[in-house]
Design a binder for this molecule. Structure first.
Ligand code: BGC
Length: 769
């Protein structure tokens, strides 16, 4: 754990430079706007520890799969979101010495990510090797009002000298991914040009045999110079080399006189325009923002976002900072306007996980976007999977499944599988269930049943077909069983009858049967779907019903708990406290030792109890929690939030708080020693759930809001807003009671501590206790 980031309600602050943690700070201070994003790198050169990262949504490269032992069915490539043009760069040279914070003396240093205003600010005072001192201040952001634009406002003040400063703002496509095979570069140059104070660079992803699609990116920069606050007419010298264009100029600066460089950059990709038009589009975008005060617009736009998405916690600054940090990054990563995009586990903050889609989206992110954004945002996430259905069917075919069975990939960019560890790629099939569950979740929350007719039912039938082929009839048990799977707990591989997987499979079959009956009300839609899928309703549904009736669920009668898998009780059942000094076990133990142990990477049985809580009474939930929680090491970021939610429900408030801090400050305090790789974006939605579903006790059942709040003892109050079908509600929970403000015109009925309450439009309700 690290504690160099200052606690502050709205800002992430590094005071004094911590060079050894620079990659961590770069992750924490990442910026984004849904369309592009970047790590918190410095604008000027830096030869110290750094992971350079600029990313454009939906732009990726199919890197050849490298594995030691090839298994039939492995995908040929691994989709990577790639580091793209560095657009923030500004070189500063004084008397032949290039400013490089790793090589000069740092006299003062401060940087902050301003979450309320949506920008990254840095201030430093440095002494160069030649003795000259400079004051540097920069403010940077990815615009959320003009999501093709980024801006760097960079100021230099010579502190102890008058003299010439050579300054070169540039665009550079000579960038790599740290995780590229064989140190390859992924970009070819297409064009570069410069004109006055503007320069453009267009690059294209390299050709390789897996690249069905190649992507072009173009960046255009517009540079303005101010001396002592006055705009200067500067003649720039265009410096060009391969995949690089810079606008160099030299300025005579006086001691304590400010030299300000305002660099606006437009970025477009071939995802939205034909490659031939990209330079023109960048030019048009730069023209369109030429006279705008983008930073003011940015601040106002973030203010609006926060109005509905903020969560206020009084009495606990670190918890407050934690939740805002998580919400800020979620809002920066995905805006839900484009159904081709999704949410990578690292978002725009690093390379790990390839930046692609996992079950995390359905299991963790959908609830956040359902409540905190327009319903169309969550809908687009569902449509993303619908659009990949044919590829999921092909994926299942490749593995030997038939008749339209769909297995969605474990990891994907365009619907094709690109994960390559057999025990996960072929066996972690519970992901299919989460995709079905998300359809239910969306309809339950929004009431938008038309989704089933338009898209949902096709996905459900195809997934159900997969389950019905994936199970095996066991003559021995006289039950259906599911062999050779990996559950959410990836510290067990190739197990039989993972309870969670069996449960979600059966649940999917039941939900699909219900969905068929609903869609049948519209004969035209139903007949179309039946024809499209060659659905043999009678035979297929009869088999599903039989499976539902005869599925095996491992259970221990003595302890009255569900067993994570067959044979779980053969393990030595230990408590994580007994291996405290060995943690994290994934860094200290051999893989076979992990597999043989009872230790659980992330919620597994408990994940099922969280999704399907209404199927189980509270005592069952408590027994399972008490059995599994002490064996859980939470070495996946997705784990603590599930435990918070259950712990709140079971009145275990101290445990809930411990787990909350772990999820909310996971990156801020670098709990898992891996923040330098990037932030855990998808688990941030889990943090949101810990507060809203955990402490807020909020559930939506059939579009109706239910609240059963409980506060940690050190919180004075908690408040958040929830968007429902026709209403926007503000929930305030304090030690005195619960206040619910209905911010909409129409009345709303909710359930508070299991009592029905009607709240009139534009009115407030208060309940003591
Ligand atoms: C977790 C998976 C998750 C993936 C990406 C892994 O460590 O075990 O459940 O999908 O990370 O977040």
């Amino acid at each position: 754990m690290k504690s160099y980031i200052k606690h502050d309600e709205w800002r992430v602050v590094e005071s004094g430079f911590h060079a050894e943690f620079n990659e961590i700070t770069e992750s924490l201070m990442s910026l984004g706007n849904g369309k592009m994003g970047q790590r918190g790198n410095f604008e000027e050169r830096y030869s110290g520890k750094t992971l350079q990262g600029n990313y454009v949504a939906g732009v990726w490269f199919p890197d050849k799969t490298r594995v030691g032992w090839w298994k039939n069915g492995y995908p040929d490539y691994f989709a990577k979101v790639i580091n793209s043009i560095n657009w923030i760069g500004i070189d500063i040279e004084i008397d032949g010495e290039m400013v490089d914070l790793a090589k000069c003396e740092i006299l003062e240093f401060y940087r902050e990510l301003h979450m309320q205003h949506g920008h990254l600010m840095r201030f430093c005072k440095i002494r160069l090797q030649n003795g000259k001192e400079l004051h540097i201040e920069s403010v940077r952001f990815c615009s959320i009002t003009h999501d093709q634009i980024g801006q760097v406002d960079y100021e230099i003040i010579p502190v102890n000298f008058d003299g010439k400063i050579k300054i070169t703002p540039y665009l550079d496509g000579n960038v790599q991914n740290r995780d590229s095979n064989y140190n390859e570069y992924f970009w070819d140059e297409i064009s570069k040009s410069a004109n006055d104070n503007r320069a453009y660079l267009q690059v294209k992803t390299k050709e390789n045999k897996f690249a069905v699609e190649r992507f072009d990116i173009c960046a255009g920069m517009d540079v303005e110079i101010f001396l002592g606050g006055h705009k200067q007419a500067v003649s720039f010298k265009n410096i060009e080399s391969e995949k690089y264009t810079g606008l160099e100029f030299e300025i005579d600066a006086k001691k304590m006189q400010s030299v300000r460089i305002l660099k606006k950059v437009a970025i477009h990709s071939s995802n939205n325009f034909f490659p031939d038009y990209l330079v023109t589009e960048c030019e048009k975008s730069l023209d369109s923002v030429a006279n705008l005060k983008l930073q003011v617009l940015q601040r106002d736009a973030w203010k609006l976002k926060w109005e509905n998405c903020d969560i206020k916690i009084e009495g606990d600054e670190s918890a407050q900072q934690g939740i805002r940090f998580n919400i800020f990054h979620l809002l920066q990563t995905y805006t839900g306007q484009d159904a081709r995009l999704n949410i990578g586990p690292k978002g725009f903050t690093g390379e790990k996980y390839g930046g692609v889609t996992y079950w995390d989206t359905e299991a963790y992110c959908i609830p956040f976007y359902l409540s905190a954004a327009e319903h169309s945002v969550a809908r687009n996430l569902l449509v993303y999977r619908y659009n990949h259905l044919q590829k999921a069917i092909l994926n299942a075919q490749k593995l030997g499944f038939k008749k339209g069975a769909a297995l969605y990939p474990m990891v994907t960019m365009n619907g094709e599988e690109c994960h390559n560890e057999w025990e996960i790629t072929f066996e972690e099939i519970h992901r299919n269930g989460a995709i079905a569950y998300a359809i239910y979740d969306y309809i339950n929350y929004t009431g938008d049943e038309t989704y089933l007719n338009e898209f949902g039912l096709e996905v459900l039938i195809s997934i159900s077909r997969f389950w019905s082929q994936r199970i095996t009839w066991s003559e021995n048990l006289r039950k259906f069983v599911m062999l050779g799977v990996t559950g959410p707990n990836e510290y067990e591989n190739n197990v039989n009858n993972n309870w969670y997987t069996n449960y979600i499979a059966i649940w999917t079959l039941k939900y699909t049967l219900e969905a068929i009956n609903k869609v049948k009300n519209n004969a035209t839609d139903y007949l179309r779907i039946k024809a499209e899928l060659n659905f043999e309703e009678k035979e297929e549904t009869a088999r599903w019903t039989e499976i539902v009736d005869k599925m095996h669920f491992p259970y221990d009668e003595e302890r009255q708990v569900y067993l994570q898998q067959d044979g779980f009780l053969d393990k030595e059942l230990l408590n994580v406290e007994q291996i405290r000094q060995h943690r994290p076990i994934n860094q200290n133990w051999s893989w076979d030792r992990i597999l043989r142990s009872c230790f659980i990477k992330q919620a597994d049985v408990l994940q099922g109890l969280c999704f399907f809580e209404d199927d189980f009474d509270i005592d069952t939930q408590r027994r399972n929690f008490d059995f599994y929680e002490p064996m859980t090491v939470h070495e996946s970021s997705l784990s603590p939030c599930v435990h918070t939610i259950l712990a709140c429900k079971l009145d275990k408030i101290e445990k809930a708080y411990e787990m909350y801090v772990r999820t909310a400050r996971l990156d801020l305090d670098d709990y898992n020693n891996d923040t330098e790789d990037g932030l855990h974006i998808t688990s941030m939605a889990g943090t949101w759930m810990s507060v809203v579903k955990g402490f807020g006790g909020m559930r939506v059942k059939n579009t109706q809001l239910h609240l059963n709040p409980i506060l940690p003892s050190n919180w004075e109050s908690l408040s958040f807003r929830v968007g429902l079908k026709n209403n926007l509600l503000e929930i305030g929970i304090s030690k005195d009671g619960v206040t619910i403000k209905n911010l909409s015109e129409s009345d709303v009925e909710i359930s508070l501590f299991d009592n029905k309450v009607l709240i009139k439009g534009n009115s407030e309700y208060f309940s003591v206790g």
